[in-house]
Design a protein around this ligand. Structure first.
Ligand SMILES: [Zn+2]
Length: 455
């Protein structure tokens, strides 16, 4: 009898220990629920906050989201989550919630505000109130778009040419610049003392007609977008036509350098491979070159006219429409996006102006290529080089030797392919060799805008 009793006590004691352990470890778990947010610095007229809530121990109990501004509080959301049973915590362990807010409807005015998010779980801690996570984040409510004030005048832009617009923004805008058709040219501050004044170099692509829409666009931190027109005149340009006769000699000299395949049933693999290079590889290479200006620095590195390769003849012009013929038959059409300059073999190539080397290496049909960032989205490019003397990241001064001319890439004879680019659009280098053009379109504008600057 005595033995059974002590056994019973032992079993009860074990059960109590297990139950106590369960209460302590499971029901009284002390892990904080987690709030994952992406609250922006600023929001506009209406916004939807998104939060991910998680508690993988006792589950989600309750969430409250409120906005505090000028001593007033707006409760945006209060939500309770179901319990799954007396002893088994919350049904929901993880969920995403959307919390919309409409400033006009809810009577919230513009200005600095504070967002509060509080989340509880189903733990028995804190006298059955659960573990609590609280988050506070400051944000700006801004329902008004920025104002764009164009400070420069007379923007005359040639097809395939460049322009500069100087403008002042009423508030910080992560994105502002010029739209030319579908092309966006971002502006940058940093030239003037007044951080609100921006420069944007822009281009009318050689394919865009004079009727192309051109206007300013700016979006503030809250995403409010403003547009502004500015006086501009777009001029049509006629581009030259050129015929390139493809000889078997040229094809058998150049094609093997490229790793391309001709279709299996091809009757002329050499020509088909050339066409693959001239079309597919060209497109890929040009897409790559168009990325070289994206990391441009807001620093006006350059000064005066850009240098042209000395003692060199123009072999091909900007936006020449090339017709490729093989044995008298037209086999391809392409547009030449630079100027070809031929001097003597392996001629030293001077940097057209001061800037920072942003690329030095091989670019398919362009061969060995150097690209220089002159700041504010203006890039010069040098291709078909036989050798490169500079490295990425290096500052080069106007006239400094970058490398030597050559025949790398799809070049038949020794020459320099010289290109200029605004942001990601190739433009006519002739404008940048012309001191009058630079004066009227860049330097005079910068001088005039100086009067708007703070000392
Ligand atoms: Zn060329």
């Amino acid at each position: 009898m005595k033995k059974t009793k002590s056994w019973l006590f032992a079993i009860i004691a074990v059960l109590i220990i297990i139950a106590g352990g369960w209460v302590l470890l499971v029901q009284l778990e002390g892990e904080q629920p987690i709030i994952t947010e992406s609250i922006p610095e600023a929001i506009g007229k209406s916004h939807t906050f998104t939060f991910t809530l998680a508690d993988h121990r006792s589950g989600l109990r309750k969430v409250r989201v409120s906005l505090l501004k000028d001593g007033k509080q707006w409760d945006l959301l209060e939500k309770e989550f179901e319990k799954s049973g007396m002893f088994s915590g919350g049904q929901m362990q993880e969920t995403t919630i959307d919390v919309p807010v409409e400033m006009d409807k809810q009577g919230i005015s513009d200005g600095d505000a504070m967002l509060h998010v509080t989340l509880w779980d189903y733990s028995w801690r804190n006298w059955w109130n659960g573990n609590k996570t609280h988050l506070e984040k400051a944000l700006l409510i801004d329902s008004k778009p920025p104002t764009i004030e164009v400070l420069s005048r007379a923007h005359n832009v040639n097809q395939g040419g460049a322009g500069l617009v100087i403008y002042r923004l009423s508030e910080p805008c992560p994105r502002s610049g010029v739209m030319v058709g579908d092309n966006f040219f971002p502006g940058h501050s940093g030239y003037f003392n007044d951080e609100r004044i921006h420069l944007a170099f822009f281009a009318l692509d050689h394919t865009q007609p004079p009727g192309t829409p051109v206007y300013m666009e700016a979006s503030d931190l809250a995403g409010n977008t403003a547009r502004a027109g500015f006086y501009h005149h777009l001029r049509k340009r006629n581009f030259a036509k050129d015929v390139i006769n493809l000889s078997d000699g040229f094809l058998s000299y150049k094609v093997p350098e490229f790793n391309v395949q001709a279709p299996e049933n091809s009757s002329n693999p050499l020509l088909d491979k050339f066409l693959e290079i001239n079309r597919t590889l060209r497109e890929k290479d040009e897409a790559f070159l168009s990325t070289l200006g994206l990391g441009t620095e807001p620093e006006m590195y350059w000064e005066g006219t850009f240098l042209r390769l000395p003692n060199a003849a123009n072999r091909a012009g900007f936006a020449d429409h090339r017709e490729y013929r093989y044995q008298g038959e037209v086999v391809d059409h392409q547009v030449h996006l630079g100027i070809d300059l031929a001097s003597f073999r392996n001629a030293a190539i001077p940097a057209a102006n001061t800037g920072k080397v942003v690329f030095a290496g091989d670019v398919g049909i362009y061969g060995k290529t150097v690209a220089i960032d002159h700041g504010f989205g203006l890039i010069s490019m040098y291709s078909h080089l036989s050798g490169i003397d500079v490295e990425v990241g290096q500052m080069v001064s106007k006239g400094e030797t970058l490398g030597r001319t050559g025949v790398t890439g799809l070049a038949g004879g020794d020459h320099l392919h010289f290109g200029m680019m605004i942001h990601n659009i190739m433009v006519n280098p002739i404008e940048w060799w012309d001191s009058n053009w630079i004066m009227h379109n860049v330097t005079d504008k910068l001088k005039d805008a100086k009067s708007f600057d703070t000392p």
